[in-house]
Write a protein that binds this ligand. Structure first.
Ligand code: FE
Length: 245
């Protein structure tokens, strides 16, 4: 079965990573909710995509340079004055649902991982009893590998950037995954064809896709039978699910 992940809470339906997006996703029959995390300056974790605030909020500069109170005082663009959620608030929202968490570990503005972010996040997730329902993803192979070494998670997935895939090829992707003991990869949908899928599967890897944001691509994911895909259009993806119509 191909699972549907609501990307950033369904970023083409509602403002990305916003409370409105997550509340609406929580009411959908999707399998996973995808979101991104960054640390705050004072020991909290917030749900936000970019390492900086400029694109999506009323603030500027790096997320991690601000305290939680400073971040909560900012509004998310496109919302009715909503503020970004903490990881704990997101856990509280999804704990009563059957939806799995698909948590992306983001790097800082320097494109380096935040030391300690994974275990800090897992501590919060554990306080809601959600570890077994959490998949950790990262474009940083080392961050995904760190998640693969933690016990009790539902998965650890290396998201393969297209330029990386182009440089190292399918064989290179398999070699990196093997070196880091990663059991699954996420490929940009346009970079996955039946041959690449078959080669990755033959190497024993789970295969998902990301940025599946139009109806043709959504239909292709179900036809290919990938394990999971992230989409900004979860309401559309649901209608294409085999057996839904
Ligand atoms: Fe993400």
């Amino acid at each position: 079965m191909t699972l549907i992940a609501s990307h950033r809470g369904g970023a083409l339906h509602w403002p990305e990573n916003s409370p409105t997006a997550f509340r609406n996703t929580a009411a959908l029959p999707v399998d996973q909710v995808e979101f991104d995390i960054h640390p705050t300056a004072d020991g909290n974790i917030v749900v936000h995509h970019d390492a900086t605030l400029d694109r999506t909020t009323s603030g500027t500069g790096p997320v991690a340079a601000r305290s939680l109170a400073e971040l909560k005082a900012l509004t998310l663009k496109g919302t009715n004055g909503e503020a970004m959620l903490t990881l704990a608030e997101l856990c509280a929202l999804f704990a009563p649902t059957p939806i799995a968490l698909r948590m992306e570990l983001k790097p800082g503005p320097d494109r380096k991982y935040y030391p300690g972010l994974l275990d800090h996040a897992l501590g919060i997730i554990d306080s809601y009893g959600l570890r077994a329902r959490t998949v950790v993803t990262s474009f940083l192979a080392g961050s995904a590998a760190a998640a693969a070494r933690r016990s009790g998670l539902a998965g650890a997935i290396w998201l393969v950037a297209p330029e990386v895939q182009d440089m190292i090829g399918t064989a290179g992707v398999i070699a990196v995954a093997a070196r880091h003991r990663l059991a699954a990869v996420g490929i940009r949908h346009a970079s996955l064809d039946p041959a690449v899928l078959a080669t990755l599967r033959a190497a024993g890897l789970g295969v998902g896709c990301w940025a599946v944001n139009d109806e043709a691509a959504i239909a292709r994911m179900f036809a290919l039978g990938v394990d999971v895909f992230t989409t900004d259009l979860p309401k559309v993806a649901i209608t294409h699910r085999p057996g839904s119509r």
